[in-house]
Design a protein around this ligand. Sequence first.
Ligand code: GDP
Ligand code: IMO
Ligand code: MG
Length: 447
Amino acid sequence: MGAKRGSGSLMVVGGQWGDEGKGKIVDLLSAGFSAVVRYNGGHNAGHTVRVGEKHFALHLVPSGIIHSDVSCFMGAGMVIDPTALKTELDLLAEKGVEIAGRLCLSPRAALLLPTHRALDLAREGMRGEEKIGTTGRGIGPAYQDSAQRRGLRTGLLVDPDALAIKSRTLMDQHNQELEAVYGAPAVDLDEAVAELQSAAVHLAPFLREIGPEIRNYSDSQEAVLFEGAQGVLLDLIWGTYPFVTSSSCLPGSAAASCGVGPRHLGPVVGVMKAYATRVGSGPFPTEDHGNDGDLLRDLGAEYGTTTGRPRRCGWFDVVAARYAVETAGIDAIALTKLDVLDGLSTLKVALAYETEDGEVLDTFPADAETLASVRPIYVDLPPWAGGTRGLVQESDLPPAAEGYLQFLEEKIGVPIAVVSTGPRRAETMVRGTSEMTVVLGKILNRP
Ligand code: GDP
Ligand code: IMO
Ligand code: MG
């Protein structure tokens, strides 16, 4: 692989409730990196990358994979469904992406079993109205087994016999729970074991400890890009608990996931949409239940990459954005989907919340119940008539669109250094004069 030097490592994290456009931004930035590392989550993630007329939906594989000279790593903090990974690799191969020699999977990542999927669905069914609205992929149960120290790890994929014995034992326990606690049908273990063994043969060659390689890149001044899945507001601890995912989405967790010290990490780019969306249940103060929400969903094609569910839509929330910036140490924002706001007749931004007692809050409550009860306090901003779709120069932005960006960055407190104006790579601008604008401009080769 050709070494790409000089720009240092960088982190990309979701700054809202996921689906901010991380896939597009990571793919774009990957051109400037030797290696891209995905550090959390599983195939609950859906990262869309459009290159020309080709469309890639990545779930487990890092979004750097489309660049043939980039090595891709999957960290120990991930949960891996072997069948889902095998299917994803097959789809990439069909689209002409060469994987051999470029992908490395940590043997320490947690193994997600077919019974984890069944447990996820059964538990959600049992919760009824209280359901989290998970992706139904088995993510929570797989992380739970890992934390409970009875889970299996991807390293087991090299030994089909041990895989069969150990997975059957654990899945048998899962089946007992499915039947006794949830009254759900047991999973056919012969089929499940066969499914695991079949995927294992294909995945075993990718297993390698990733820490030493990441340290090597970093020590020899080669740039590494760390890719977070989901977003700060879905983080297990810092998100809107319990309506969160089961992994740590914050950039600091990348060090633990890769087995490297924090000095190997870099500045943090937080990807945020120019408005807000959320899939699944949980508080979402700026959700618009009326025409504006429907309009944003239509214009932004807001349907989940992983599950196809319609996303809940609403206005940009400065309180939540500032919280994400502070919690994740975001140094600059890549704002996506500005073009979706083209031609709207109303443009609102939430600057604070009002509680049921009439108290005004400008900080993000730690407790989901409080967050669910607040009313956003909006400011109306001037919409713009002209289009931003496909623009690549800041100077071409309609003045009201530039005004919107300046308003947001002033209220949030960090620069918006990148603006995305369409799903394709080229539909992006580097803007402003911040330090991060210079760093990202160099990576993207845009002076
Ligand atoms: P991720 O999970 O953060 O990678 O985001 P998703 O891929 O789930 O969802 C983002 C969606 O928005 C995808 O369909 C992207 O192709 C699309 N997208 C990304 N950036 C832009 C943009 O600037 N404008 C428009 N119109 N679409 C975008
Ligand atoms: P990317 O990486 C948006 C949400 C689910 C649900 C909650 C818990 O594409 O941004 P889980 O299946 O993880 O137990 O579900 O988290 N969720 C996401 N929402 N984007 C994602 O990933 C998500 N991954 C999980 O909808 O509310
Ligand atoms: Mg997504």
